[in-house]
Design a protein around this ligand. Structure first.
Ligand code: ATP
Ligand code: MG
Ligand code: MG
Ligand code: MG
Length: 435
């Protein structure tokens, strides 16, 4: 992509109303623009990152055996009346009436809708287990939308729903999602710790929140430093028993302020880490909470009719964009982990009016692109200083600077955005390093 054509409205000034780094940087890097409180448009570079995160989430859901569907954003109120949540959900639910006076709502989550789909189609235990997920926009009329996409009103969530015959099988489905979450957040370059959670309005017995540590996080967190020694990139053969892995990850103490009790904490002060964190995922096993009132039953092996055992599993896909920036930035801008970077390389023509320089850049651009590397090519004729500052701001993993002085000596400069390390390389060496 050439900067001269790209819609990347970066800002030099820090927006006054943005309180935390990720919000400021997303605005400054031209990733999002606000439409109304907590409601954002995603501009090309922001959307690219959002899609990359979404894809990693999708790959790990698919690998864990979940199947993708796509449910609508607007739901009929009837199903929520059936589950009892139409009244319970309160002011966070955006309620709408259509032209016929039917009560509708903008979905804040999809337990009711997926349970309805399930109960109409699946009648036998032979069709279990099933895990269905979608990646769809949600709306919650948050009392205090803030921190940009971190607490939006409209936000993108991956939500999966599992259906099993027995509670033991339900635990297996839960374990599969637990491990998928460990892997997903690790692939996104994040350190996320599963913490025992209150089950809240969704209800049920077993629940973990996945929390990324960040000073600007909204929850206070407490956890055993033993988590430092665990590797989240769990490799498990298909069908393997995941219980030992889940047991290992849940044997150490970790809790948010909602349930942490300083007087009854099992970890001694020397091993307890206290900090702040961002909730990026939340998994629940809630058994019959929806299947019973909504009559989602199957015929069991003995011919008896039983309500299915359900769980639900959310990931805050759009919140993750902010969470990754909170974890990965410095005073000059964003520092993208390679897995979600909008482009891998930022190529800068330091003298766009110089023919030789432009020819060298065009060639590098063509070669890198042909090798499948995503390149943002700053081919504009703004000054070198502004180009470097802009590249630092948008945080691409590698910067490739080409200027007449270097070319005279046959070299270009490759900078690693994260370490700041700079190398003078021949164009061929630069290509080899970046591909
Ligand atoms: P929070 O405690 O932050 O309000 P929640 O517990 O209400 O979140 P869940 O119902 O568990 O949220 O939804 C699953 C995931 O969706 C959360 O873990 C979070 O990552 C994301 N999420 C929830 N609310 C928002 C929001 N307002 N903006 C962006 N992401 C959100
Ligand atoms: Mg909430
Ligand atoms: Mg929460
Ligand atoms: Mg939650």
């Amino acid at each position: 992509m050439r900067s001269s054509r790209y819609f990347l409205p970066t800002l030099k000034e820090t927006p006054a109303d943005a309180q935390i780094a990720s919000h400021r940087l997303m605005l400054r890097a031209g990733m999002i623009r606000q439409g109304a409180a907590g409601i954002y448009s995603w501009l090309p570079m922001g959307l690219k990152v959002l899609r990359k995160i979404e894809q990693i989430v999708r790959e790990e859901q698919d690998a864990a055996g979940a199947q993708e569907v796509l449910m609508p954003t607007i739901q009929a109120a009837d199903l929520w009346v059936e589950s009892g949540r139409y009244d319970d959900y309160g002011d966070e639910m955006l309620r709408i009436e259509d032209r016929h006076g039917r009560k509708m709502l903008y979905g804040p989550t999809n337990e009711e809708m997926i349970t309805d789909i399930f109960r109409k189609e699946i009648k036998s235990y032979r069709d279990l287990p099933k895990n269905l997920y979608h990646i769809q926009w949600k709306f919650r009329d948050e009392r205090r939308p803030r921190f940009g996409v971190m607490r939006g009103r409209e936000f993108l969530m991956k939500d999966a729903y599992s259906f099993d015959l027995t509670a033991e099988d339900g635990q297996k489905s839960y374990n599969a999602m637990f491990v998928a979450y460990l892997r997903t957040f690790a692939r996104l370059g994040l350190k996320a710790i599963p913490m025992r959670a209150d089950t809240g309005p969704i209800g049920g017995d077993l629940s973990h929140e996945f929390i990324v540590l960040a000073e600007t996080g909204e929850s206070e967190v407490f956890f055993d430093k033993a988590f430092d020694g665990l590797d989240p990139m769990v490799e498990a053969a298909a069908g393997a028993d995941l219980q030992p892995i889940v047991d290992e990850w849940t044997s150490h103490y970790a809790a948010t302020d909602e349930i942490h009790d300083a007087d009854n904490c099992p970890v001694d002060a020397g091993n307890l880490i206290t900090g702040r964190g961002i909730e990026v995922g939340h998994i629940f096993f809630f058994g019959e909470k929806y299947s019973k009132p909504m009559n989602a039953t199957v015929q069991g092996p003995d011919g008896d009719t039983v309500p299915v055992q359900m769980g639900s599993y959310g990931v805050g896909v759009s919140r993750l964009v902010g969470a990754i920036i909170e974890a990965c930035h410095d005073e000059n801008g964003i520092v993208w982990p390679e897995a979600v970077a909008p482009f891998k390389v930022g190529l800068m023509n330091l003298r766009a009016k110089d023919e030789e320089c432009t020819a060298a850049c065009d060639k590098l651009y063509q070669q890198l692109t042909a090798a499948g590397i995503e390149v943002l090519y700053d081919d504009t004729d703004t000054g070198a200083g502004a180009k470097f500052a802009n590249m630092d701001l948008i945080g691409l993993p590698y910067q490739l600077a080409v200027g007449p002085r270097g070319l005279k000596n046959g070299v270009v400069e490759v900078k690693d955005r994260k370490s700041g390390e700079k190398l003078e390389l021949t164009p061929e060496e630069a290509i080899a390093k970046l591909t």
